[in-house]
Design a protein around this ligand. Structure first.
Ligand code: PLP
Length: 411
């Protein structure tokens, strides 16, 4: 799997042990990929291989296992650097995930450089992870958070965004792809406009990494954060890309082992990037397995991923839109494989539970985007988010299951 180019979804499915089970007496259909994706054998093998053969703490030991663990950990850094097309490997910092990456930037950059009256622009589409860290920063510094509005299709209103930009704008932070609606945002243009205003830019790429090639030099973002678990890798690990110049100007995020050059009780000097931002023993095994997830995606290729997921989204629109009482949310012209909806007269939680009884896993609720749900004037949606291993047949079963639920509730 790691080297062969796979062209068959059937072959890809074989790589995912978890998919081959029954749930509540039915074959599992997993449509909760935007929450977390399932893991291929290569990732599971990388994890167990690490613990079976190489486990040691990194950077400090001179014994063979410590050297092996260190080189596996640092190999992933190189791999992530290439994955996002960073200029230098040192621009990659390992984190717990997207949330920690954004908090790191808010605290280590924002707290140092923002002051009373400065402005931070985010959008109506953001996940709580790209809202709350900026609110905390605003409370700490007196900065103000401004919101890019959206249209009915769930697209950012760029003309309104232009009006928000001024010399007061210090940070622009938006997602690449919306987790609730699937909107793919024109981040290159958004970043360029923010740079013209003199702002620093952060891209939340949590939902982009599994679906869309990342190229930090092309889009020219200053920071970009993503999580391994949404791109077929393990939970509890992710990466933050930051431009060297900015990372070097920032204060450390946390203090502890590994992030220092020298400690005395009088004064501590900090390590170089990226280690300055990696205090304490990191999540070594999961970092090592992230490399296997990247290789898995590369073995399939984003072109195949894009084409297959587009096929799934088109089919979802075909079989789901005419279900009685169906209200879809998010009809952006550039959209990832997410189908968010409600059905008149049935609570999303009830739909989720009835689907689960049929072995179908979807997400229900606000999807950590409460301000977006408020804008839509709803409590939440049912969200089917599709991945590379999902099939047309699964969507057909899903559509039939929804029709049964509608019939049941209309009785
Ligand atoms: N941003 C977006 C768009 C997301 O979808 C998510 C997770 O759902 C996050 C941020 C947070 O990711 P994590 O919980 O892996 O830190």
């Amino acid at each position: 799997m790691s080297t062969a180019v796979s062209t068959s979804v059937e072959q890809i499915r074989k790589e995912f042990p978890v998919l081959h089970q029954e749930v509540n007496g039915k074959p599992l259909i997993y449509f909760d990929n935007a929450a977390t994706a399932q893991k291929p054998k290569a990732v599971l093998d990388a994890l167990s291989h690490y613990y079976e053969y190489d486990n040691a703490n990194i950077h400090r030991g001179i014994h063979t296992l410590a050297e092996r663990a260190t080189s596996a950990y640092e190999d992933t850094r190189k791999s992530v650097g290439k994955f996002v097309n960073a200029n230098e490997t040192e621009e990659i910092i390992f984190t717990k995930g997207t949330t920690e990456g954004i908090n790191l930037v808010a605290q280590a950059y924002g707290r140092k450089f923002l002051k009373d009256g400065d402005e931070i622009i985010i959008s109506q589409l953001e996940h709580h992870s790209n809202i709350v860290p900026w609110q905390i920063l605003a409370d700490q510094t007196g900065a103000v958070v401004k919101i890019i509005p959206i249209n009915e299709k769930g697209e950012l209103l760029l003309e309104e965004y232009r009006k928000l930009l001024s010399e007061k704008t210090k940070i622009l932070a938006v997602n690449y792809i919306s987790n609730s609606l699937g909107t793919i945002n024109p981040v290159k243009e958004i970043i360029s406009l923010a740079h013209d205003a003199g702002a620093v830019t952060l891209i939340d790429a949590a939902q982009a990494a599994p679906h869309h090639p990342l190229d930090v030099q092309d889009i020219d973002c200053d920071f970009l954060a993503f999580s391994a678990h949404k791109m077929y890798g393990p939970t509890g690990v992710g990466a933050l890309y930051g431009k060297r110049r900015l990372l070097e100007s920032m204060d450390p995020y946390q203090g502890g082992g590994e992030m220092i050059k020298e400690v005395t009780f009088e004064k501590t000097t900090y390590n170089d990037i990226p280690y300055k931002f990696e205090a304490g023993t990191p999540n070594i095994a999961d970092v090592v397995a992230l490399k296997a997830a990247i290789e898995f995606i590369q073995s399939i290729g984003y072109t195949f991923i894009h084409d297959h997921e587009e096929l799934l989204l088109n089919h979802a629109n075909k079989v789901l839109l005419d279900i009685p009482g169906m209200t879809p949310y998010g009809q952006a012209s550039e959209k990832a494989s997410v189908f968010s909806f409600n059905i008149d007269g049935v609570h999303p939680f009830d739909i989720g539970m009835w689907l689960d009884a049929k072995g179908i896993a979807v997400r229900t609720g606000h999807h950590c985007t409460q301000p977006l749900m408020d804008w839509l004037r709803i409590e939440g949606t049912v969200r089917a988010s599709m991945a590379i291993y999902n099939t047309i047949e699964e969507l057909d079963i899903f559509a039939e299951a929804l029709k049964d639920i509608v019939k049941k509730f209309k009785k």
